[in-house]
Design a protein around this ligand. Structure first.
Ligand SMILES: [Zn+2]
Length: 205
């Protein structure tokens, strides 16, 4: 995938994804970046359960009304509701040629259910991309990360520093170091992540 932004329709190749792509990996592995490349290349949507919740709540659907009070109280939304939303979303024509899912499924039960939903919607076997990155490199990426207060522009003090220390090149706003990008917090997240891989899935940051 040398040029993910290429307009492949111009080359005459008609590549149809025809399936779900799931990205797994520790925080900082670059799942978001890869998801964006795949969705641009295949012209498929990038799904997230967060967007589905927001959409259902905005439209006042039955599922949205059930999920809203749980989310407001910070409680876990049960699988039954999550999976119904996922099923509705995948049944939409926009998902006919496949899609990329980031942050879902998180459990084996959800993964099995997703596979069945895909089959019902005539999609091929799901592709799972498990991203592995050297823990030292992840630590460097995350501890070095700085985010601008203005518009969330992302920098890295080691690999992609701003022209002026602590200041965003684009909009001049202050760059901040998120409290969960410190070494202690990251080690804990990476440990948790490693442990859950045996059971398939890894938590998002
Ligand atoms: Zn900025």
């Amino acid at each position: 995938m040398a040029d993910a932004t290429a307009d492949h329709s111009a080359t005459g190749s008609l590549q149809v994804l025809g399936r779900a792509v799931i990205l797994l990996g520790p925080p900082g592995a670059g799942k978001g970046t890869q998801a964006q490349r795949i969705t641009q290349w295949y012209r498929v949507p990038h799904l997230s359960t967060g967007d589905m919740f927001r959409d259902n709540i905005r439209r006042g659907t039955e599922l949205g009304l059930k999920a809203k009070p749980l989310m407001e109280r910070g409680e876990l939304v049960p699988d039954e509701i999550v999976l119904s939303m996922v099923e509705d979303r995948i049944a939409q024509p926009e998902c006919r040629d496949g899609f990329v899912f980031d942050g879902f499924p998180r459990t084996v039960v959800q993964a099995d259910a997703l596979e069945q939903i895909c089959q019902r919607n005539h999609l091929g076997p799901t592709v799972v991309i498990h991203m592995k990155v050297d823990p030292d490199l992840l630590m460097r990426r995350l501890t070095g990360r700085r985010i601008c207060k203005g518009d969330n522009h992302i920098y890295n003090i080691y690999d992609r520093p701003p022209a002026v220390e602590g200041i965003c090149d684009v909009d001049g706003s202050e760059l901040i170091h998120r409290p969960d990008d410190t070494e202690g917090v990251i080690s804990e997240r990476l440990l948790k992540c490693g442990a859950s891989h045996a059971g398939v899935l890894c938590q998002r940051p």
